[in-house]
Design a binder for this molecule. Structure first.
Ligand code: PEP
Ligand code: MN
Length: 342
């Protein structure tokens, strides 16, 4: 349920409503908007108190929210949200953000060289995994804490903000202290303890769709983070598992405009994992931009045939530059520029 305040409601009136909701044993999350504040009101008995709350000073109306996801829905928050990673604003028509870098941090040379190359080509943020989820326990699982230090070095050298994955609640504090944005990977989309922990720390969260998750399940996972008080969530479509085996996953292009219709949260596309083939990455990236994505997540490696993970879907520096040269025309066709690196 949403308690919508009048445009001219005072802070004291808003605080009074929040206090009354708490006194009723419900949880209240104020959602300041451009024009007025709404107060998300949650709890099994919330609807029973609708009349009482509507009579409080400063209240304009009560809106019963019909979606199972609430804080992530447009019903609760009609305007597009902007989420900032370091100095890059994503969503609500902001310039397209390109988050690029290796699947995994492998070494200082590989990380710094890739960061410099993607920056020179126009990427606005660096990605790279220090903690890697791995289907097989015998495969590379990341450099861990020393990988985080290499990412910090890459940030110092290039000025690019860093997006990196966190695998477990126990690592959230450390990763949050080093990264500019925490990635929750597809395999952890429904790791509810991890979602809670990311909701309780201040850095933005890039939440990837699970490989067999519905759009509604993705939004319910985002809800966990939002309900803990962290409103800076970016959704990521990264392909889903289907019967098609020529590609690693089937990139769900529908999900982009659908998520943007259902939710105010920014949506980014990951055509690297979405296709699994380097030669499909650029066309699917362009399609995602045309479909309204607010940003892209692209895997880039200095030597994909030597990559410890995801080499076949990684772009060489040259292929990444070529993609970056193609982006502005498609982005302009749907009315948005590409974020410029300074
Ligand atoms: C990744 O971003 O490298 C990754 C492991 O992605 P996903 O969780 O989408 O498989
Ligand atoms: Mn990867």
């Amino acid at each position: 349920m949403l308690v919508v305040m009048k445009r001219d409601a005072t802070k004291a009136e808003i605080d009074g409503v929040v206090q009354r909701i708490a006194d009723l044993g419900l949880s209240a999350i104020p959602l300041p908007g451009a024009e007025r504040t709404a107060i998300g009101t949650f709890g099994v008995a919330a609807r029973e108190y609708a009349d009482q709350l509507e009579s409080l000073p400063g209240v304009a109306e009560i809106v019963l929210v019909s979606r199972p996801f609430k804080l992530s829905s447009r019903e609760v928050h009609p305007e597009d949200s902007i989420v900032r990673i370091a100095d890059v604003a994503i969503g609500n028509g902001q310039p397209l953000a390109v988050i690029a870098g290796p699947c995994s941090v492998e070494s200082r040379e590989q990380t710094i060289a890739t960061a410099q190359a993607v920056r020179a080509a126009g990427a606005s943020l660096l990605r790279g995994g220090a903690y890697k989820p791995s289907t097989s326990p015998y495969h590379f699982r990341g450099l861990g804490a020393s990988g985080l230090e290499l990412l910090s070095e890459a940030r110092a050298v290039t000025g690019l903000g860093v997006v990196t994955e966190v695998l477990t609640p126990a690592d959230v504090e450390l990763v949050s202290s080093r990264a500019d944005c925490l990635q929750i990977g597809a395999r952890n989309m429904q790791n509810f303890a991890l979602l809670d922990a990311c909701g309780e720390q201040p850095k933005p969260v890039l939440l990837k769709r699970g490989m067999s998750a519905t759009v509604e399940e993705l939004l319910l996972s985002a809800e966990y983070i939002l309900a803990k008080g962290n409103q800076n969530v970016i959704l990521c479509e990264r392909g889903i598992r289907t019967f098609e085996r020529y590609t690693r996953n089937t990139f769900d292009i529908n999900a982009i405009p659908l998520l943007k219709k259902l939710s105010h949260l920014p949506v980014v596309a990951d055509p690297s994992h979405g296709t699994g083939k380097w030669y499909l990455v650029a066309p699917v990236a362009l399609a995602a931009v045309a479909a309204g994505a607010d940003g892209l997540l692209i895997e880039v490696h200095p030597s994909p045939d030597h990559a410890l993970k995801d080499g076949f879907q990684s772009l060489t520096f040259g292929n990444f530059e070529a993609l970056m040269r193609m982006l502005p025309a498609v982005a302009a066709a749907v009315g948005r520029p590409v974020a410029a690196t300074v």
